[in-house]
Write a protein that binds this ligand. Sequence first.
Ligand code: ASP
Ligand code: MG
Length: 421
Amino acid sequence: MQVFKFGGASVKDAESVINVGTILRKFADQKTVVVVSAMGKTTNKLEELVKAYYFKTPQLLNAFEEVKNYHFSLLNKLIPEKENPIYNELENVFVELLWAIEEEPAFSFNHHYDQIVSLGEILSTKIISAYLNYIHVSNQWIDVRGIIQTDNSYREGKVNYELSETLAQTQLLPLVIKNKLIVTQGFIGGTSENYTTTLGREGSDYTASLLAFFLNAEKVIIWKDVPGVLNADPKYFKNTKKIKELTYHDAIELTYYGASVIHPKTIKPLQNKSIPLFVKSFISAAEEGTVIKESDQRLNITSYIFKTDQILISIQPKDFSFIAEDNLSIIFSLLSKNGVKVNMMQNSAISFSICIDNDDFKIEPLLESLNDQFKVLYNTEVQLMTIRNYNDEIVAKLSEGKIILMEQRSRNTHQMIIKSE
Ligand code: ASP
Ligand code: MG
């Protein structure tokens, strides 16, 4: 048994879905669970929609129409016959969404976010499952919310491993054995009260890894628009190199520092059961990608992890007290309360600096809560550059023409926060 994951870019238009169909046809008679994300940029669009709904801005109906038209026009190209039951199914999802946004918000923003944003994955999997059946790649659609159970931390659902494992073994496994090909959603889960949760942005990789763990799969394949794990993001660097083999440990380190090729939570469950993870190109499926597995071959090439749209915040106690344990403990509890992850930090006698992602859902409430006790200064539009296996020459070259706002080095890793001059 194996678990596949297809991300948003691999199903962004009809052509891409057809390509996924071509890949899956080859595995039609193997026990495969296919985890799919929302199509293209749907999740971002649905985020806009929730904001418009909750904060009552006029973009609401526009966003709704955009999401609806996008999915129907994609479907149209895949399955032109309007009598196909998928048309009704999609229509129903949109009718329910419309009802939901006509009501006054009754819960927290995050609660509504999860109920609405999760529809991206419901829509994509329904379309893909219908299309596969249409081209005679027989499969079964499964609602993953009945398997992946979480607490009610909306937008950051914490998975109940015991319960989810039992459900995967008793509900999902027999279906995999019987139907062979299963199509289900990444990124979303369900609570004991039957509400929907999400597992954090880009969380579909994590779903694939969880399902592989619960089902004791042989392997996981993440199909991407890059040939595997590269030593740098080709969006920002020329001459990138593919890494053929990577240990779990190195993969955890790379994703921890922000390599966006795999979600950071993905590796741990696989490592615990020694399930290898393959990262392969959906464009050239025959090519070997990267394999992440146990081995004593540590990564020795230089890799570059570049995080843009960062914000550097400097926090100073208003009473001019030192930055010591008591102040740090207040700061960290506010960070944790606001769900903010620190990418880099440094302290001096009277100031504590942190570099975080510029997530406008989180920054404002964080700044507000810090402002009570601290003087807060910040720098936006800064970038965080992490170099693993660095040397001075490489660092000098990369910081050329840049202002370095903060810098840290350990034996293997060099990090700097930079701003263009
Ligand atoms: N669709 C979700 C997102 O864009 C989950 C994922 O793509 O992994 O964040
Ligand atoms: Mg996505």
